[in-house]
Ligand binder design. Structure first.
Ligand code: UD1
Length: 418
């Protein structure tokens, strides 16, 4: 099976690419579709393994799936299973997003501990405690969790952290609970807003998405709709950072400059030229850039944790010293050993902080993807390294990127998929 990128580094990137639809918007939207006993069409879903796995999970729950070239049809009329397949749910964290929708539809649900990237502990206490506040009974039996929502009711919930997944789960569950539910300290990510737009189109009454307080007025029922999720700001960010690293000029179509505001601000600060117009971002770089001094990740609208690994690769070849601080997850410097093997000068201070001293060039090496975004970051390192870099375990990258090698090759990179 193909699972390795062989990258001949040193090429500049020129041309234009169309950014895929967002993974983190599409997955919860697919999950939320099961709330309605109806048919859905989701247009331009990204062709990635996480979407395939979500389709398998929905299929196991009883949904009838039809895949066409530019849309998937999900028919949830005869959904009949309330247990999420244990093996499949371990392959990705998004299975947790099914919980709110399943409970909404059946009032009962059974899940096993969700999987995903090894970037941190990733507890689900905020999800569980929020469901309990909404009157859901939660029982643990071995590795399985049983949920009973027969006595559920609306509530005022204040999240300890603005968790994306917990915010989405509460919304999915509460949108048909009679009465008013509020979420304080809600996640403000664009993908949460997209989920709310989707649910509102289905007939829900959700207000305040994108702000810290979301108010949900329960409606009786929801209906099937046709929907196109937003573009993927992390894929757009990856291509922008790749261009900054390699040098060249790239035009990103179907991108959203507003949702990548923080990244654009930093890339301009270090010396890239960036023009934005509607859904087009054009970036040029002479690859002679200076350090931004500090990178600090945080919840939206701060710098996204999902772009931190790629930014770290960039910092390795910038003039000057950069401190990179990861405030969202506690194990997100997984690429550090591989980057050091490639000649980077990185000192890890603690789990959340590293200091990078820019070097003139990186060297080719055989390295392994340890997580989805980390794998992409090593591919970017390979693009700028002297010689031929081999990045293995590409299946992790394929969880979120649709044919990343083809997109980069169309811009002038030289990557073979073996
Ligand atoms: C989502 C994204 C992921 C992104 C992350 C943060 C999807 C499919 N995934 O993940 O790509 O990196 O947002 O932007 O949309 N936490 C708890 N208890 C909980 C839940 C979360 O302590 O019950 C903590 C997490 O450990 C983490 C922080 O809250 O430190 C943020 O996690 P969260 O926003 O929930 O991330 P996900 O929804 O899993």
């Amino acid at each position: 099976m193909l699972d390795k990128y062989v990258i001949h580094g040193g090429n500049k990137l020129y041309g234009s690419v169309t950014i895929q639809t967002s993974k983190n918007a599409t997955l919860p939207i697919m999950a939320a579709s099961i709330i309605a006993k109806d048919k859905f069409k989701i247009f331009n879903p990204p062709k990635i393994s996480d979407v395939n796995n979500m389709l398998l999970i929905l299929n196991k729950l009883g949904a009838i799936i039809e895949e066409k070239d530019n849309y998937i049809q999900i028919d949830n009329t005869s959904l009949n299973n309330l247990k999420i397949d244990c093996k499949l749910s371990k392959t990705m964290r998004s299975s947790i997003f099914l919980l709110g929708a399943l409970l909404n539809r059946f009032k009962f649900a059974i899940i096993s501990a969700p999987g995903g990237c090894k970037i941190g502990k990733r507890p689900i206490d905020l999800h569980i405690n929020s469901f309990k506040k909404l009157g859901v009974e939660v029982k643990t039996c071995g590795k399985q969790l049983y949920f009973n929502a027969l006595n559920s009711h609306p509530a005022k919930i204040k999240l300890k952290l603005p968790s994306v997944g917990a915010t989405e789960n509460i919304i999915e569950f509460a949108c048909t609970l009679k009465g008013k539910t509020t979420i304080k300290n809600a996640a403000r990510e664009p993908e949460v807003v997209d989920l709310c737009n989707f649910l509102n189109l289905m007939g829900a009454k959700i207000y305040g998405a994108g702000s810290k307080t979301i108010t949900i007025y329960g409606v009786d029922s929801l209906r099937g709709v046709k929907y196109t999720p937003i573009s993927d700001r992390i894929v757009a960010g990856t291509i922008m950072i790749a261009t900054a690293i390699c040098g060249g000029k790239v035009c990103l179509k179907h991108a959203n400059p507003e949702q990548n505001k923080k990244l654009i601000e930093i890339l301009r600060l270090i010396g890239c030229k960036i023009e934005t117009k509607c859904d087009i971002i054009t970036i040029s770089s002479d690859a002679n850039l200076v350090s931004p001094k500090n990178i600090l990740t945080g919840f939206y609208p701060n710098f996204p944790t999902d772009l931190q690994s790629m930014m770290l690769t960039l910092c390795c070849v910038l003039k000057g010293k950069t401190t990179v601080q990861e405030s969202v997850f506690e194990n997100r410097f997984l690429t550090v050993p591989a980057l050091i093997k490639m000649g980077a000068n990185i000192k890890q201070i603690n789990k959340h902080k590293i200091v990078v001293n820019g070097v003139k060039s990186l060297y080719a090496a055989r390295v392994k993807s340890t997580d989805l975004r980390g794998g992409a970051a090593l591919i970017l390192a390979g693009l700028v390294a002297d010689g031929t870099t081999k990045v293995t375990n590409i299946k992790l990258v394929n969880r979120g990127y649709q044919n990343l090698h083809e997109m980069l090759n169309s811009l002038g990179a030289c990557i073979k998929y073996e």
